[in-house]
Design a binder for this molecule. Structure first.
Ligand code: HEC
Length: 468
């Protein structure tokens, strides 16, 4: 992350220095663009764009390290904001909206981008103060309402100036009885330092585990999954007799600006055991600045009286594929100074409805694309990420379910850039990088496409998933 940030900064600075040039060019370019106001001001034109598209993260207590709420804050960052929006680095949304669109996508219109650019180039004037729009109400904690239960994640201490951490964290819980949940949310304590979370849920059979609260709570794995079994022992995850309980994947996921996945009533949802553990596989803390920080994150649970009518199912292509028969082809071995395409494919044995997809690669990722080929040869588009961004690996939920007919082949294609032109290359000079038994270490690679689906039912393709 720090490397990436430095890059953006350097580019942003160049942008600011070239602002003088811009004014000359822009005064020519804007003459024939009617929809852009003659004078762009903060209060009248810029604040509405920032409040709708940026301040959810760029505000006090938001996930970005600086705020874009007040005039002063926006003015100071005007050049950088114009640059990152024009380059479509911000708001962060790596998927190409022209290929497929998703629920909650963060996309600026061309007009908004031009307004931010013009504003920066004309010296970022404030405009009439009484025209300042009201700041939207941003939820603090849950985005959905008042949760029925809140489980604390054991607070974690980070020293000043520490680098990225990748933790494996155990969050045990006990309930009076087996029950159901419609939504499980991870809420970061210090959202400017919690980068992302990907968590599973472990189900204990009540008699098989005496104490779910025993064992260590957080291990710093540095994304090295080769010691995973040993780590499971230290967290005391096995049953009393040493066997392993059942685990449900991807139950609690978090990325800045995106808490849990909420689906319409009756779809998705979870069964909760009396004794269970949320296992946060990859609680990624970014680097800290000059202060020590203690993060106290927590997990919200919204109970549901009824069992999930249509519980989500999941399969995975690529590294550690669910069926073992959707491997990465050719092998994910990326020679230094090469750009390497790979793919993985899987033919679905029944009609399914896809709800949410999650493409996954590490630092050498360059682009990602997935689609389904129907038996009649037609293509169903799923996602295209022309410029892979390690930092923004969303769980993308479609606006409506996507029907994939039986016999269709889902194809995921990735391209890796192991040259020095890839600014995120962890090695300089480039070295051979490969997948390593599913190692999540950022310096090993992975290629995965995770699909959440339901067995198809008549009318699914018309069911909106765009619920608040
Ligand atoms: C989903 C959260 C989110 C949204 C929405 C968002 N940003 Fe960001 N932005 C971030 C994060 C995180 C960073 C990385 C900075 C950091 O390290 O904290 C960032 C970085 C930036 C930077 C680069 C500064 C640097 O440190 O490199 C600028 C400029 C910026 N954002 C402007 C915007 C603008 C303008 C918008 C709206 C059009 C926007 N952002 C929307 C989260 C967001």
């Amino acid at each position: 992350m720090s490397r990436i940030r430095i890059n953006i900064f350097a580019k942003a600075r160049r942008m600011i220095f070239s602002a003088a040039w811009g004014i000359v060019l822009l005064s020519v370019a804007c003459n024939n663009s009617e929809s852009i106001p003659a004078t762009v001001t903060f209060t009248e034109h810029v604040a509405p764009i920032l409040y709708t598209n940026c301040s959810i993260c760029h505000r006090p207590g938001g996930s970005a390290h600086f705020s874009l709420v007040t005039y002063e804050e926006a003015r100071k960052n005007a050049g950088a904001s114009a640059y990152v929006t024009k380059e479509r680095i911000m708001p962060p949304w790596p998927a190409d909206p022209h290929y497929t669109s998703f629920k909650g996508e963060r996309i600026l219109s061309e007009r908004d981008i031009k307004i931010l650019e013009k504003w920066a180039e004309e010296g970022a004037p404030q405009g009439p103060v009484d025209k300042t729009p009201a700041l939207p109400h941003y939820p603090n904690g849950s985005e959905t309402g008042t949760p029925d239960m809140r489980i604390a994640v054991q607070p974690y201490f980070l020293k000043a100036n520490s680098s990225d951490r990748f933790l494996l964290v155990k969050v045990p819980f006990e309930l009076p009885r087996d029950t159901f949940a419609s939504l499980i949310e991870y809420v970061p304590g210090k959202s400017n330092i919690v980068h992302h979370v990907n968590g599973d849920m472990i189900f204990y059979e009540f008699e098989k585990k005496t104490n779910v609260f025993a064992g260590e709570r957080a291990l710093d794995m540095q994304q090295d999954t080769s010691k995973l079994l040993e780590a499971f022992q230290r967290l005391d995850l096995p049953n009393d007799d040493g066997t392993y309980p059942v685990m449900q994947k991807s139950v609690v996921n978090y990325l800045p600006g995106a808490l849990g996945q909420k689906y319409p009533d009756g779809i998705g949802g979870y069964k909760l055991p009396r004794k269970g553990v949320f296992l946060l596989n990859d609680l990624h803390y970014g680097f800290t600045n000059k202060e020590d920080i203690t993060d106290s994150s927590y997990i919200n649970i919204f109970f549901s009286k009824t069992p999930p009518e249509r519980p989500l199912q999941e399969f995975q292509l690529g590294t550690l594929s669910s069926f073992g028969n959707a491997p990465v082809l050719p092998d994910l071995i990326i020679q230094p100074n090469t750009v390497k395409p790979v793919y993985s494919k899987y033919t679905v044995p029944e009609d399914i409805s896809i709800l949410t997809i999650n493409p996954h690669m590490h630092l050498l990722g360059k682009s990602f694309k997935a689609y389904a080929l129907k038996p009649n040869g037609d293509t169903i588009r799923l996602i295209s990420i022309p410029r892979w961004d390690f930092n923004w690996q969303y769980f993308y939920t479609f606006k409506k379910m996507v029907k994939i007919p039986k016999g269709s082949t889902i194809v995921a294609e990735g391209v890796y850039d192991n040259t020095k032109q890839n600014l995120n290359n962890p090695f300089s000079p480039p070295r051979l990088v490969r997948d390593n038994n599913g190692s999540m270490k950022a310096t090993d690679e992975m290629f995965q496409f995770i699909v959440s689906y339901l067995p198809y039912r008549e009318g699914d393709e018309n069911t909106s998933l765009d619920v608040k």
